[in-house]
Design a protein around this ligand. Structure first.
Ligand SMILES: Cc1cc2nc3c(=O)[nH]c(=O)nc-3n(C[C@H](O)[C@H](O)[C@H](O)COP(=O)(O)OP(=O)(O)OC[C@H]3O[C@@H](n4cnc5c(N)ncnc54)[C@H](O)[C@@H]3O)c2cc1C
Length: 501
């Protein structure tokens, strides 16, 4: 790419394309960039992806959009964690919350680490993560995470939203920032003598030329995979799910700010509360169950066996491309890869890819000088997410179907995850191992500890001994009381949502 690169075409108007357009238009405002997003009128967006992690708040702040502007338009709600149900059969561990950890948790996390560490060593201490974190208490009480001005700590939170409406909202913001929108289907791309993309050709025969091409064409990966032939590295051997069935249900509840992930016979089901409906989906493996049986199981789970409401079916592939930035093309979104939606990490990956690209591109004087560093960084992030998600399945104690038996017996896990699990089983502190394996680049130590303790990966109850006074230095009731008192500062989730309208 030349140091004069200023013309950018973004192929694809799904959430990934519009997040990219907004970030580029914001960061490069007034720098002479000319950005056009091209979207096919015939190829739809994937239309799922309704849960986020906390960085989405940072994205909205960066592009200058307030919650009151976007949340009501996208039927959005707050999210401060994910509740995992029925993933473990260990007594007392049938469910747990993976919380978004905020500043107040710095006061209670030492008790969590102390107790869970000693419990792994056989001391009978309370080690379930749900006793220690503020988010869990707030989910229990259905509170909003928006802190009042007098509360001196930051709370980490994300959102749930209608992904179609979010895309449309982001399009309007991007257009105000000068991004051009073109409706056309790209039929193919031609390379120049050096193997860079020279131009795109639409089905109408129009030639679209730019210096930089962003491939946000979804699972198709039109430019990065089809044109540039960047290899796709599958992780299907360690993540069996490849299908989903999706159904909306009426919103009748006073909902808590969390996603619920319930383990099913051949995968897991999400429940995402929006202001106008619940988004539900069953993610499963087609190697273990056929579509019809999966849909029946899902309908039974939702109490909709007799309902006429139509379900949508989706297939996906798990893995990532070998390089996200190749030649003069940057892949963003499903075109760059997907590690199934269990922790709702995909949009965060989109943001990280674009922000790091802008940084690398700027630092290199608008050249590809830092391309390899960039690719290494994004790959490390993908692989860290993959290991965390694989760990969910590998440590599940369910034995009710071949699906769960195959997951817990699966030896095709990465060496990095293997080393974490070995450390854990050996009763070691996994902090150093996470660092060494670069597995803390996405999920921090506390998340890994929540995952393993929340599923009850501890010695059996009858092997625990009472322990001495020092082992019992934290009073769990005091920890819970601390969280209850912090929670007194927050309004009900529903009230906060109403106040945004
Ligand atoms: C079952 C499931 C659940 C998910 N849940 C979550 C979640 O909870 N949280 C999360 O963060 N993510 C989730 N995701 C991922 C999330 O849906 C995507 O990351 C997000 O929607 C971005 O998709 P995209 O923009 O890359 O692709 P798409 O939405 O597929 O958009 C592709 C775009 O490319 C255009 N296009 C394609 N080919 C051409 C062409 N030849 N010419 C012109 N235009 C073209 C299409 O018109 C479309 O606009 C989930 C995904 C799946 C499959």
């Amino acid at each position: 790419m030349s140091s004069q690169s200023k013309k950018i075409i973004i192929l694809g108007g799904g959430t990934a394309g519009w997040i990219t357009a907004n970030l580029m238009a914001t960061h490069w405002q007034g720098k002479g960039f000319d950005i056009t997003l091209v979207e096919s009128p015939d190829i739809g967006i994937v239309g799922v992806g309704e849960g986020s992690t906390p960085p989405l708040k940072g994205f909205m702040d960066t592009i200058g959009v307030r919650e009151a502007e976007w949340m009501p338009e996208c039927n959005a709600t707050y999210k401060i964690g994910i509740t995992f149900k029925n993933w473990s059969t260990k007594p007392g561990f049938s469910e747990y919350v993976h919380p978004f950890v905020g500043q107040p948790d710095q006061f209670t996390a030492p008790a969590f680490f102390h107790n869970s560490f000693l419990r792994r060593k056989g001391v009978d201490l309370e080690g379930h993560p749900d006793h220690f974190f503020l988010a869990t208490e707030m989910i229990r009480q259905k509170l909003s995470p928006v802190a009042p001005e007098n509360f001196p700590f930051e709370i980490a939170y994300g959102y749930h939203f209608d992904s179609g409406l979010l895309g449309q909202f982001l399009r309007r913001v991007a257009e105000k920032k000068g991004v051009k929108y073109k409706v056309a289907t790209v039929a193919g791309a031609l390379l120049d003598a050096e193997g860079n993309i020279d131009h795109l050709k639409t089905t109408d025969g129009e030639v679209l030329q730019a210096d930089l091409y962003v491939d946000s064409s979804g699972f198709r990966g039109n430019l990065i995979q089809k044109t540039l032939k960047v290899p796709f590295i599958s992780c299907a051997e360690s993540l069996f799910n490849d299908s989903a069935v999706v159904l909306a249900t009426d919103q009748k509840e006073d909902y808590a700010p969390h996603t619920v992930s319930t383990a099913m016979k051949h995968g897991w089901a999400w429940k995402i509360p929006l202001t106008n409906r619940n988004g539900n989906g069953y993610v499963y493996s087609s190697s273990f169950v056929d579509d019809d049986k999966a849909e029946t199981e899902f309908r039974a789970h939702l109490g909709l066996l007799d309902s006429e409401v139509e379900a949508r079916k989706l297939n996906f592939k798990v893995g990532r491309v070998a390089q996200h930035w190749a030649k003069n093309c940057l892949a963003v979104g499903l075109s760059q890869g997907f590690i199934e939606p269990l922790e709702a990490t995909a949009l965060d990956m989109v943001q990280e890819t674009v922000v790091r690209f802008i940084e690398a591109y700027n630092n290199g004087g608008y050249t590809d000088k830092y391309r390899d560093d960039f690719n290494d960084r994004i790959n490390a992030r993908f692989d860290a997410v993959r290991d965390y998600i694989v760990c969910h399945y590998r440590i599940s104690s369910r034995t009710d179907t071949d699906y769960w038996l195959a997951n817990s017996a699966n030896e095709k896990i990465s060496p990095s995850l293997r080393s974490i699990l070995m450390s854990w089983m050996a009763g070691k502190n996994i902090t150093d191992e996470l660092l060494e394996q670069k597995l803390d680049v996405y999920f921090p130590n506390v998340s890994w500890n929540c995952l393993l303790t929340g599923k009850g990966v501890y010695p059996a109850q009858d092997q625990l001994r009472p322990g001495n006074e020092l082992a019992h230095k934290y009073n769990i009731e005091e920890v819970r009381e601390f969280n209850r008192r912090c929670a007194l500062n927050f309004r009900p989730h529903m009230d906060q949502l109403v106040s945004l309208r």
